[in-house]
Design a protein around this ligand. Structure first.
Ligand code: TYD
Length: 134
């Protein structure tokens, strides 16, 4: 499984850092939704789903967390520890987010609006949907 991590351009100067993200330039899709998680309680694991067509970029803009990616054949754990790193998560990819530091803010840029019908929340159904693709 290939992990696609973007390293965003930092506009740093003596005042500090600034990152700007533009759709199609820095992010490979139209950004239709932004959401973020914060004040995540210790030992919480979130996600546990795949998407039929949604693409996302995950950015831990403060603190740290880990992302488990699972394409049905292979699993990879990706730590997100810098505000200039963006992890691309394609459709048909099971994801879990965990090990949030108390100060973690995990921001997600998404290619579509929130649509419950795009979710696959059952792991066995996810595996079956992957099989169908092959
Ligand atoms: P949930 O899917 O449980 O989050 P996660 O996959 O990170 O565990 O979402 C939590 C709640 O927020 C749930 O009631 C649905 C709602 N929600 C929205 O209304 N819009 C969104 O864009 C997202 C991601 C969630």
């Amino acid at each position: 499984m290939q992990i696609l991590k973007y390293m965003f351009q930092q506009h740093g100067d003596e005042r500090g850092q600034l990152i700007s993200l533009e759709e199609f330039h820095d992010i490979p899709f139209e950004i239709k939704r932004v959401y973020y998680m914060y004040e995540t309680k210790p030992d919480v694991r979130r996600g546990f789903h795949a998407h039929k067509s949604l693409q996302q970029i995950l950015i831990c803009i403060h603190g740290t967390c880990k992302i488990l990616l699972d394409n049905g054949k292979e699993k990879k754990i990706v730590p997100l520890e810098k505000p200039y790193e963006g992890l691309y998560v394609s459709s048909n990819m099971w994801r879990e987010m965990y090990d949030f530091s108390p100060d973690a803010v995990l921001m997600v840029l998404a290619s579509d609006y929130y649509k419950e019908e795009d979710y696959i929340r059952d792991y066995d159904k996810f595996l079956k949907s992957i099989e169908k693709e092959i």
